[in-house]
Design a protein around this ligand. Structure first.
Ligand SMILES: [Zn+2]
Length: 414
């Protein structure tokens, strides 16, 4: 049996990246930019051209479509595959000119529109696994948009492949393309019931074989220090400067560990990111991150104790503490549905890959969807150096991810 899987993922990808779909954090509209709708509408047209009759776009820009189950597999739970069309607001996505560097052999890849930009294996160890593959980069002035047009192209290619190969058994496939993931609003108006999938996968990750079933649990905290103001010429023994209380608090946070700049892997952190105020009142905003909710609670207690200790010597000072939930680790949900993980592992092995679990040190649309009732882990899509002008993927990774989608569909039907 031949091991070669050939899909339309790469040619689709090269086309989709030329659409400028940058999202905008400042925008109040949904989706945040109209230009995302151009690609979203194009995807509807392409899905319909494939013969998917129910492909549609709603008032928010969400594209949904169904590849019907093969005969006799109508009872299989409908499985969703999701990707986001928008690209990061941090780097230009206007006039993306994708370049295919054929048969990569370890050479430096120079981006012609800015020759100071060079993709080197020494800076990108993952390139070592791509020898013989065809690497795709942008030309030097823009990002590539691998995040997440890889996922879009792979899902489209897999749908096309399954429609062309009716001998591969599968239940209903639910396809979803979303806007505004990069500005944290990808699931804001997503209608889980209308989507109609029982379980889903986002294709929005890096390296071949990567499988993400865990993400940070996250809270936000605001500490407001209340001091006591007085005329500075006559303040002796009376003034309590809230600004100094807040500064003392930041200074006494752990100096080694428990910060974004000193942790990785499975370790969480506390992160003061905004300070404001004056003598009378000063506030510090913090992010709390941990893979366990218990760990978040411990961090919140540590911060509360520290703040109270700082105001204790001053009877006229006080601190007010607010804690808000941001998002939670989707593992809590996914642990209840082991099949979702099993079928993906099975599919990757069938595609000749060794699945590797990675933890996301952030949130994902899949995590939000998991808590909205749609368990949704994240699969690799072949994105590297995301949000950068040195972003890259490879033709073979695009194909591999499309193959994994096909194999997941088959696995659930068996
Ligand atoms: Zn992404």
């Amino acid at each position: 049996m031949s091991n070669v899987f050939s899909s339309s993922a790469a040619s689709r990808f090269l086309r989709y990246v030329t659409f400028d779909t940058q999202s905008d954090e400042q925008s109040k509209s949904y989706p945040s930019t109209d230009k995302q709708l151009v690609l979203l509408r194009q995807l509807v047209a392409e899905l319909q051209a494939m013969g998917i009759a129910d492909a549609s776009i709603d008032q928010f820009g969400y594209v949904m479509a169904t590849v019907p189950a093969t005969p006799g597999k109508e009872h299989v739970p409908p499985i969703g595959f999701l990707a986001h069309v928008d690209t990061s607001p941090e780097v230009s996505g206007t006039g993306v000119r994708p370049i295919v560097h054929k048969n990569y052999d370890g050479r430096d890849l120079v981006l012609p529109d800015d020759p100071t930009l060079i993709l080197r294996e020494s800076d990108n160890p993952e390139l070592a696994d791509q020898r013989g593959n065809d690497i795709i980069t942008a030309s030097g002035t823009t990002l590539l948009g691998a995040d997440d047009k890889c996922g879009v192209a792979e899902i489209m290619a897999a749908a096309e492949y399954l429609l062309a190969h009716p001998d591969i058994p599968h239940g209903a496939l639910k396809i979803g393309f979303t806007p505004d993931e990069e500005v944290g609003r990808g699931t804001q108006y997503f209608d889980v019931a209308r989507f109609g999938a029982t379980y889903a996968y986002t294709l929005d990750g890096p390296t071949r074989g990567d499988f993400e079933v865990e993400n940070f649990s996250a809270d936000a905290m605001t500490l407001i220090f209340h001091g006591f103001n007085a005329h500075p010429g006559y303040a002796k023994g009376r003034m309590v400067n809230a600004l100094k209380l807040a500064a003392e608090f930041v200074h006494r946070l752990p100096h080694h560990g428990m910060s974004p700049e000193t942790t990785d892997g499975g370790d969480g952190f506390v992160h003061p990111h905004t300070a404001s105020g004056g003598v009378e009142r000063a506030s510090i905003k913090l992010l709390l991150r941990d893979f366990a909710t218990k760990g978040l609670d411990e961090k919140a207690r540590m911060l509360t104790d520290l703040a109270n200790e700082i105001v204790r010597p001053y009877p006229s000072a006080s601190v007010q503490i607010e804690r808000q939930e941001s998002y939670r680790n989707m593992k809590v949900v996914l642990d209840r549905y082991p099949d979702v993980v099993e079928h993906a592992m099975n599919a990757m092995r069938r595609a000749g890959l060794k699945p590797r679990f990675r933890r996301i040190r952030g949130g994902t649309d899949g995590a939000r969807l998991s808590f909205m009732g749609l368990p949704t882990p994240n699969l690799f899509a072949g994105q590297h150096n995301i949000h950068s002008r040195l972003e890259w993927t490879s033709v073979q990774d695009l194909d591999k991810a499309a193959q994994v989608i096909v194999e997941i569909s088959r696995s659930w039907a068996e």
